[in-house]
Design a protein around this ligand. Structure first.
Ligand code: SF4
Length: 349
């Protein structure tokens, strides 16, 4: 459990991101945590790079309900202070803390407060001796590093942990996770680290995490992008929605548009995505430019639109519902979606 959030053991795969504000800037960090949460994050990680940052972290902790993970390297005092501050999970590698008594103190403090630990191995920061042994980062080196850290947790009788073995190389990360999944029963946090910018990083992450998720590997995920953290959450959700693992918000099914399109499909889809971004209730909405694929897709979706010459046809629940003029179709569709969402919410109460 991370706070009230179950991880692993069949719980829904949790989507997370990490703030990129200066943690000392409490207002900016708090604002970003809320933005990330507003887009569907289940948990948020915050770097706590100094003992001074613990105060700021504590203020954020006290201002939000969402489970928070503190990202800490090397300094056991910061780890102890964030445990006291009410952190929900520590991302720390025991092997990096230093002497055994410090490691023991952190692990025992975490255990006493019911705070799980995330061991996070990264191909870019493998231990020197492992780099020497393997020559270069590879899946076995990542797993060996993870198992070393897990040994510390075992030694101090700490069973509540999750593990990540990330690399920017997709196949290296995938293979490392496959090996690790056979070795331990604890949850795995999956991600392709330093994946790149929005498009490149989303593609790499989708390939790597897609393979793992389809093999049943992964209990929490982060899409690491050199982009706004909110984009990480959106891409993470798109992956889970694409694989029908979890559902949230409006899932737009759209054709690419071609010479047959009866309205500007791309513009309509972009507008709808922006306008309906705040909705969390799951619903499939098809936006198709002409009758070639329109009726078929519309029948499979909660709401569907098929482009006609001057007027387009909206389907509801698979049946023709009403015609709308093409210059007004985004507004009409958007309104119908919101009405349906309101009905779904009312029914669920
Ligand atoms: S559904 Fe129609 S408009 Fe869309 S890509 Fe196919 S043929 Fe073109």
């Amino acid at each position: 459990m991370l706070g009230n959030l179950p991880i692993g053991g069949g719980a829904p795969i949790a989507v997370q991101s990490m703030t990129n504000t200066d943690t000392l800037d409490t207002a900016a960090t708090l604002k970003q945590v809320k933005q990330i949460q507003g887009h569907g994050a289940d948990l948020v990680r915050i770097s706590v790079p100094s003992i001074e940052a613990v105060d700021a972290f504590t203020k954020v902790r006290n201002a939000v309900e969402i489970p928070l993970i503190a990202d800490i390297h090397f300094d056991y005092k910061i780890a102890l202070a964030t445990i006291e501050a009410g952190v929900d999970c520590l991302r720390i590698n025991p092997g990096n803390i230093g002497k055994q008594d410090k490691i023991r103190e952190v692990i025992h403090a975490a255990k006493d407060k019911g705070v799980p630990i995330r061991v996070g191995v990264n191909a870019g920061s493998l231990e020197k001796d492992l780099q020497k042994k393997y020559g270069e980062p590879n899946p076995l080196a990542l797993v060996e590093s993870a198992m070393r850290n897990i040994d510390y947790l075992d030694k101090f009788d700490m069973p509540d942990f999750k593990v990540s073995v990330k690399a920017s190389d997709v196949m290296m990360a995938v293979e490392a996770y496959r090996i690790l999944a056979k070795k331990i029963e604890q949850p795995l946090h999956i991600g392709i680290t330093e994946a790149g910018g929005l498009r490149n990083g989303a593609v790499k992450s989708s390939m790597g995490l897609g393979v793992l998720l389809m093999e049943g590997i992964g209990d929490t995920l982060r899409v690491s992008l050199a982009a706004d953290p909110v984009e990480e959450i959106k891409v993470g959700w798109d992956m889970l929605k694409g694989l029908r693992i979890r559902n949230r918000g409006i899932n737009i099914i759209a054709c690419p548009g071609c010479a047959r399109q009866n309205f500007d499909v791309i513009q309509a889809v972009n507008q709808l995505e922006n306008e309906l971004e705040d909705i969390a209730t799951p619903m499939d909405v098809a936006v198709i430019g002409c009758v070639v694929n329109g009726p078929g897709e519309a029948k499979e979706s909660g709401i569907g639109l098929t482009g006609g010459k001057k007027e387009s046809l909206i389907y509801m629940g698979g049946k023709a519902h009403k015609k709308v003029t093409n210059d007004n179709l985004v507004d009409e569709l958007s309104k119908l979606v919101r009405d349906e969402v309101a009905k779904t919410i009312a029914k669920s109460k």
